[in-house]
Design a protein around this ligand. Structure first.
Ligand SMILES: *Cc1c(COP(=O)(O)O)cnc(C)c1O
Length: 378
């Protein structure tokens, strides 16, 4: 046994880290030239100014310019905001703050975002699964049965990888079920694609509500690592005890503040409109394909669809990989057999994807027909 294996926490030795889209493909040859439709990133990058004049100083714990810009954008008071290194750090902080290791549990509703379980596992919190029902809405009876058994409940709306919003009514019911016993997190990483559906204004009514936001998706800043936790002041105070002392570096604060200023918000809104249009076109195209058995409705910057069978699912995934187009296989998730997810990239990227699939099917059938002819001739 190596010294590291001897000393490390036992459960980490066999633990598999989050298989991010980057990790899955990063090392495979050059990343340039590839079409990345696997991580729900935006397709184009902005152009930002950063200043290095005070880079010799530690940044503010919570850069004021950034918090005030996000407060204005979100219509949530500054005291109810915590800027984090992506929404992922918000997830981790909530678990570390509310769950005692090897004692407390979280509830997740699969199919859902993978980091809730990874962060829980990492921290030694147990995971209770209450799967979404067939229409990808909450199983409220299933949740009710778990009241009192978990400290944190993670809801994702719009859901990843499902794409659909949870109805405000079912979120409200979940909040009421857990009013006495758990923090209810509503992960709104994709809320900019249907902003009227946010529950951020409910923070005043529900002291146990936490809303997660990010600049990684609609704001096209996944590389920046900047997210926000929106919550009751008491929750923010508690999370602030756990977070690192300087979570937001000065260049991050500069860029994020610029993205949240008026022109940045205008570009974000434009990007959302374009994405929603491209998504509708792709959904229509997918629904017409013979190999596609189901297209899930999406309120986000990606589409989940189901293939007729596993063989077709692999064929589509692999023909795209061979042509340097990367999408995400979601077929291992609960109830998502044969499902793939495509991020809404640029118009060019999506038409390349459609052409590639069409061409690969044509070639494959031509090859099969030739093989049959040859075997008949022999
Ligand atoms: C992408 C994503 C996140 C993480 O966002 P970061 O801010 O990049 O850490 C959180 N939740 C969901 C549902 C996501 O899809």
């Amino acid at each position: 046994m190596t010294i590291v294996n001897k000393l490390a926490r036992k459960e980490l030795i066999d633990m598999v880290p989050y298989q991010s889209a980057r990790r899955l493909f990063a090392s495979s040859s050059a990343t340039e030239g590839k079409v990345w439709l696997n991580a729900n990133e935006a397709s184009g990058s902005g152009n930002y100014q950063i200043s290095s004049t005070s880079i010799n100083r530690y940044p503010d714990f919570q850069p004021e310019k950034l918090i005030s810009a996000y407060s204005q954008y979100s219509e949530v008071s500054a005291e109810n905001l915590l800027a984090t290194r992506g929404a992922d750090e918000g997830i981790e902080l909530i678990i570390r703050t509310f769950c005692t290791a090897y004692q407390d549990s979280i509830i997740i509703c699969p199919p859902t975002y993978g980091m809730y379980a990874i962060s829980a596992e990492n921290h030694g919190a147990d995971i209770i699964k209450v799967p979404l029902n067939e229409t990808m809405s909450l199983d409220l009876a299933g949740l009710q049965a778990q009241v009192g058994k978990a400290k944190v409940v993670f809801l994702c709306s719009p859901g990843n990888p499902t794409g659909n919003l949870l109805s405000q009514q079912e979120i409200k019911t979940a909040l009421e079920l857990f009013a006495e016993s758990a923090i209810v997190v509503v992960d709104e990483a994709y809320i900019e694609f249907s902003p009227e559906q946010t529950v951020a204004s409910w923070l005043k009514t529900y002291p146990h509500l936490v809303v997660l936001r990010t600049l990684s998706k609609a704001f096209a800043l996944a590389g920046l690592r900047c997210g926000f936790t929106l919550a009751n002041k008491e929750v923010i105070t508690m999370l602030s005890k756990v977070i690192a002392p300087y979570p937001i570096s000065a260049p991050v604060a500069d860029i994020a503040s610029e993205a949240l200023a008026k022109p940045g918000l205008g570009q974000m809104n434009q990007r959302v409109l374009e994405t929603n249009t491209l998504r509708a076109h792709l959904a229509t195209w997918l629904a017409k394909q013979s190999w596609c058995s189901e297209v899930f409705s999406s309120d986000a910057n990606f589409i989940l669809f189901r293939c007729q069978n596993n063989e077709l699912k692999d064929f589509i995934f692999n023909c795209l990989v061979e042509n340097d187009i990367l999408i995400r296989d979601q077929s291992k998730q609960q109830n998502l057999e044969n499902c793939l997810r495509i991020s809404i990239g640029s118009e060019r990227e999506l038409s390349l994807l459609q052409q590639t699939i069409t061409q690969s099917f044509t070639n494959n059938y031509a090859a099969k027909a030739t093989a049959e002819t040859l075997s008949q001739e022999n």
